[in-house]
Design a protein around this ligand. Structure first.
Ligand SMILES: Nc1ncnc2c1ncn2[C@@H]1O[C@H](COP(=O)(O)OP(=O)(O)OP(=O)(O)O)[C@@H](O)[C@H]1O
Length: 427
């Protein structure tokens, strides 16, 4: 395949739901050594001048592919999550899309304007005031002075900067700079907004304001690429995702399949949890509070371990534990969260509320939560377990246990499974 080095190219005029960004076989190499990099730079300029540059050739000493043959499309109003471990190439890809650096191979084609919000306080000059930076930033993103004048008050109000707008940006906290960067980028009303981790800064109130603004922009047709290490944020905002691993695109597709593959890899490499199964060693005697949760998983009605419960079918949640002394009346509290809807639990179970006493003797046990119908619709969920003794002292907990619920085809257009029986009574 012949792939040409390319500048960003404009796509033809858009219709709704059409592709606004097309990435085709994009690759970028970097050099680990500054000395080699300077030498290769001079070599490349010379070969460019005589028209002999060949980017298909093998990597030179100390070079590596920071991005290797990445391809995907983004449509109008779509939000794409870019996930991957540190150093997997996410920022490099955003910088290429923003036009800040050129790919060595492949094509980036954009329709409309791209607003990069790539670093905290993206592109701000620290010695200029907030006001001066807004004008500089928004004009780089294509707005005229008059357009900036019209939007200026809204930007300052959104950023909640107040009088500090006339102070140099270097006196801002990182949160203030991030808020101003976010506010000025979104008020340019770009066709594509590139957001790198910025949603994770600021207090909860500001974050939810950003999320509201993003959903407004999406309704107006802005597309996003969002980079975050936080799967919850990506799941809450995006429809599709790309998973990069060491510069290679391991997966592109719907958000759930990409995030679950990403998390499977992350958890597997931490030896802690693969999706739907958690195993961990009992603690040292000095660290244990008398009960250690050692495993967490599901079983189906045949008693077989399964990684994903199925909507509407019976399932047992098994909490394996090692108990070091007799414990009377323990209290087990389980909160379930829908990963798409953030931090409020959608289900809460507690043996205390159910008036079920649980007493454990010393040894290995399984606490079994038997659910005759698993009521959640297909999707990705999280649960948190806390086990306390009768004096409400925490014995052990699992902060986050991620699992997927599969479909048996009986749930469509509904939020919860309803056990039911259909009958005809004739008179
Ligand atoms: N200008 C550069 N010169 C040399 N190597 C670079 C350069 N920029 C990035 N790299 C390297 O390229 C690889 C990809 O970096 P990149 O910043 O794109 O990863 P990332 O996925 O955004 O990481 P993080 O999640 O930590 O921000 C890393 O190994 C990084 O060290």
């Amino acid at each position: 395949m012949t792939i040409s080095i390319s500048e960003k190219q404009e796509l033809p005029p858009s219709k709704d739901n059409e592709v606004v960004l097309s990435i085709e076989g994009v690759s970028k190499k970097f050099c680990r050594s500054l000395k080699h990099s300077l030498f290769y730079g001079i070599q490349d300029i010379t070969t460019d001048l005589v028209g002999l540059r060949n980017n298909e050739r093998d990597l030179r000493n100390q070079e590596f592919w920071a991005l290797d043959n990445v391809s995907f499309e983004l449509r109008r109003g779509e939000a794409l999550g870019l996930v991957g471990k540190n150093g997997s190439g996410k920022s490099t890809l955003l910088r290429i899309i923003a036009g800040l650096i050129k790919p060595d191979r492949g094509q980036v084609r954009v329709r409309g304007t791209v607003a990069p919000l790539i670093a905290l306080g993206a592109g701000f000059n620290p010695i200029l005031t907030g006001r001066e930076n807004i004008y500089a930033n928004m004009s780089i993103l294509g707005l005229s002075k008059q357009e900036i004048d019209e939007r200026f008050d809204e930007v300052v109000e959104f950023a909640e900067i107040g009088d500090a707008i006339d102070a140099p940006v270097q006196s801002y906290s990182s949160g203030m700079a991030a808020r101003l960067g976010f506010a000025s980028a979104i008020h340019t009303e770009p066709d594509i907004l590139l957001i790198d981790e910025v949603l994770a800064v600021g207090d909860i109130k500001f974050q939810s304001k950003c999320h509201r603004k993003l959903s407004e922009l999406r309704q107006q047709g802005t597309s996003f690429i969002l980079v975050s290490h936080n799967s919850q944020i990506v799941l809450g905002v995006c429809d599709i995702a790309v998973y990069l691993f060491q510069g290679q695109q391991l997966k592109f597709g719907d958000i759930y399949s990409v995030i679950s593959q990403y998390e499977r890899h992350i958890f597997a490499s931490n030896y802690e949890q693969t999706l739907g199964v958690l195993k961990r060693p009992a603690k040292q005697a000095t660290e244990s509070n008398g009960l250690d949760i050692t495993s967490l998983y599901f079983k189906n009605s045949q008693g077989q371990q399964i990684s994903s419960p199925v909507s509407g079918e019976p399932v047992d949640l098994i909490i394996g534990c090692q108990v070091n002394k007799k414990l009377n009346n323990i209290i087990t509290r389980i909160n379930f969260y829908d990963t798409k809807f953030g931090t409020s639990p959608i289900q809460f179970l507690s043996n205390y509320n159910d008036k079920q006493q649980l007493t454990l003797t010393e040894g290995q046990h399984e606490i079994v939560v038997r659910m005759p119908y698993f009521c959640f619709k297909p999707g990705l969920y999280d649960l948190k377990i806390v086990i306390r003794n009768d004096a409400l002292f925490t014995l052990d907990y699992v902060e986050s246990f991620r699992f997927q619920v599969d479909s048996n085809g009986s749930m469509t257009n509904c939020e919860f499974y309803q056990p039911r029986l259909w009958q005809i009574i004739s008179y």
